[in-house]
Design a binder for this molecule. Structure first.
Ligand SMILES: CC(C)(COP(=O)(O)OP(=O)(O)OC[C@H]1O[C@@H](n2cnc3c(N)ncnc32)[C@H](O)[C@@H]1OP(=O)(O)O)[C@@H](O)C(=O)NCCC(=O)NCCS
Length: 204
């Protein structure tokens, strides 16, 4: 990749701008909310320290762990089987296989949001290290059908961004379809379309 392209790619930093400008930065770092962070949970993946956060609406934000797999797979299947995706997953096992492949990636990072102990939002992705820093590629992001449009997606993105920003990530990137709600959701949340990039596919 030419240096100029890489510079263009990194010249704007929406994640940094988002957290520097966003009032949630103060919101999360206020003394009151700091008391709600729980540290020192040992995850069985990479022995990572888990950060947990509870909001006033009773949502629990935390890192993904393997015990979440079944629930995430069911949620994934129900969300992406409906409007606007209408994916036709042949079985729940196939969904689990797909998610396992993401999770077994050595640079995987995942986050879940629970309400009354039920998973209502999920963000699964992986690290991409470049010579100018590391970015987080969002492989899957979804909110339970009945809870969409209520702000959970925005809160989840803010939680994930806060953790990744503190860990030195400089940006989030993802692929989505043009013209669907997800695109406007991401635009509202500080993402921009990179007009210089295209997706290329060769089918066998
Ligand atoms: C896309 C998705 C993750 C967004 O999460 P969400 O919790 O529904 O989003 P929010 O409620 O935080 O919405 C944020 C903004 O979008 C607006 N919005 C919410 N629902 C909307 C809808 N159905 N149509 C248009 N705008 C909508 C909200 O008004 C809000 O903006 P505002 O705060 O300025 O009013 C979620 O809808 C989802 O899981 N969709 C199906 C799966 C999917 O498409 N995932 C993304 C694949 S890349």
């Amino acid at each position: 990749m030419p240096i100029k392209t890489i510079k263009d790619h990194f010249s704007s930093n929406p994640l940094k701008n988002h957290f520097e400008n966003n009032s949630l930065k103060e919101h999360f770092s206020s003394n009151h909310l700091k008391n709600h962070w729980t540290y020192f949970f040992q995850d069985n993946m990479e022995n990572k320290v888990l950060e947990q956060f509870y909001d006033y609406g009773g949502l629990e934000f935390r890192r993904f762990s393997w015990k979440d797999l079944d629930e995430c797979a069911q949620l994934f299947k129900s969300v992406f089987s409906t409007d606007p995706w209408y994916d036709e997953w042949i079985s729940l096992d196939q969904v689990k296989n797909y998610l396992k492949e993401l999770i077994e990636n050595p640079v995987f990072e995942g986050f879940v949001v629970c309400e009354n102990s039920n998973v209502v939002a999920v963000c699964l992705g992986h690290r991409r290290s470049g010579w100018m820093g590391k970015e987080f590629f969002v492989d899957e992001f979804f909110v339970e059908n009945r809870r969409q449009g209520g702000g959970i997606g925005t809160k989840t993105l803010n939680f994930v961004g806060k953790i990744l920003f503190n860990e030195g990530y400089t940006r989030l990137t993802l692929l989505t379809n043009k013209g669907i709600f997800a695109e406007s959701f991401y635009l509202k949340n500080g993402f921009y379309n990179n007009e210089k990039r295209t997706i290329m596919v060769k089918e066998f």
